[in-house]
Design a protein around this ligand. Sequence first.
Ligand code: SF4
Length: 398
Amino acid sequence: MARKKSLELYIHIPFCVRKCLYCDFLSASCCGQEQAEYMDQLRSEILASGPWYEGYEVETVFIGGGTPSILEPEQITLLLQAVRRAFAVAEDAEITIEANPGTFLGKKLPIYKEAGINRLSLGLQSASNDELRWLGRIHTFEDFLKCYQWARMEGFSNINVDLMSAIPGQTVESWRNTLRKVIMLKPEHISAYSLMIEEGTAFGRRYGAMPGQGEDSLALWPELPGEEEERGMYYLAQSLLGEAGYEQYEISNFSRAECRCRHNVGYWTGAEYLGLGLGASSCVKGQRFSNETDREKYQKLDFSLDGLELLHGHIHLQSRKERMEEFMFLGLRMLEGVTDMAFTREFGIHMESIYGKVMEDLTKKGLLKQKGTRIALTGLGIDVSNYVLSCFLLDGEG
Ligand code: SF4
């Protein structure tokens, strides 16, 4: 029997208790009735999608948002039942849910476990309650600690903690404190991203290119750490997490042995993924598409007819050039980099023939290292990764 192809599922839950001040994700607060209606529609989308992917086996499911843990836990059970009905899910699939420590997880965790969730991603961001307040988070560090302990008591043995550096008012010392407190808990995985200032958010108005528009109260917010301090925070994370036995396997991700996030590794290494739910993106069968982003329109789609086509909007067929660029952009985010063997297998041509000059220049500048036929970012290359990755854009069309 032919082996099934691997598929990753991302399921979007676009609800939050309230908007964090820095966040531009597709999420909003809304009432329980609207949430229930959305979940019904999402299940219809899942059931309608399954038959299109019969030759696939689902290796990972990532329930993200938004704040999936805002929902009644039974809604997550129903959601995963629909996934299993519609798709062939591997027995050892990694099934993650993002959970916010401010959403009363105590009673929800056993139901998640029962539903088959085997990885929990807790959004902490900082161990300083002042910093959490500046971010507009709905929880304290103590709330997080309780959730973490409940999760361990419930038997969750694969936990990620999300952290954030370069927060307004944050210092290298307070970042050290956050890292230390989290390391002491020994989570299997830590994601440590730098705060990005996005347009259209409260932080964008306070700290963006054209600050000072809008709320007067924003003027009272503390300053962002400087560039050098921000860099110092990154190095500190690398050294403290390294000393504590975490392997840095991606620019912003650290894990204990065998505990890398399979879902994200798949994404960085070119796995096919299907996004389900409002605004979710997919790249599968060489096609890239994104779901409807307007919730009212999404709710009206009739999946028994042509709803899937309407849902996916414009389907973009990826050109070979785009796939090559993406192979490099995403693959080089992994610290082990990319190999010529994988490139050749994918494109039938050596990496050297396409990127030889770029690789040589970047290696001379100390931004790339080559080991045999494998290339990867150096420490310096990670520092300026946006620049390095942009060098892999190819000229011309198609
Ligand atoms: S909880 Fe997450 S998705 Fe929701 S507003 Fe905050 S950062 Fe955005």
